[in-house]
Design a protein around this ligand. Structure first.
Ligand SMILES: [Zn+2]
Length: 163
């Protein structure tokens, strides 16, 4: 994706108020991020590790989400597949919850997604980061196919949040 500035990121949030988007934590090292290898940029707030954020480009426009990662219930820890990039992990996947955009979100409605805990889906599918696991199943997809699938899954998640 193309590099974004702090200002572009702050104005891209779809599921929080303008005031929240102005105050939330945005990484200082945006210029050094590997944008060419990213389908989305994801980060956490170092002061509030249960808060995560991601920004991507949909139809040529930056769109960003605020997410919470609640502590997993015991039944959740068995889940090991990221539902966005479909990378297989052991313990490297977290349930993240996005408040819905607009009124439904203010009323407490949210949408959940299982996501790579370190928000590095883009690097896993490109083989730039590995899970430290010998893959339990091999996919015959090319990197391009995986990128297409990841961006499609992400777009679908945005659709659910803004529906
Ligand atoms: Zn992932």
């Amino acid at each position: 994706m193309k590099p974004l500035t702090e200002r572009e990121i702050r104005s891209a949030f779809v599921n929080c108020t303008k005031g929240e988007a102005k105050r939330l934590f945005v990484p200082y090292d945006l210029a050094e991020r590997p944008w060419d290898d990213l389908d989305y940029l994801g980060w956490r707030d170092p002061r509030a590790p249960d808060r995560a954020y991601l920004v991507t480009e949909l139809d040529g426009h930056p769109k960003a989400l605020t997410l919470r990662s609640p502590s997993p219930a015991p039944w959740q820890t068995r889940r090991s597949l990221c539902s966005v990039c479909v990378t297989d992990h052991t313990g490297g996947v977290s349930l993240m919850v996005a408040p819905k955009a607009g009124k439904p979100g203010q009323q407490g409605n949210s949408v959940g997604v299982y996501l790579c805990t370190d928000l590095s889906c883009s690097l896993y599918i490109r083989g730039k980061k590995d899970t430290g696991l010998i893959a339990r199943f091999h996919e015959s997809l090319t990197v391009e196919d995986k990128i297409r699938r990841t961006t499609a899954n992400l777009a679908e998640f945005f659709t659910k949040v803004t529906a």
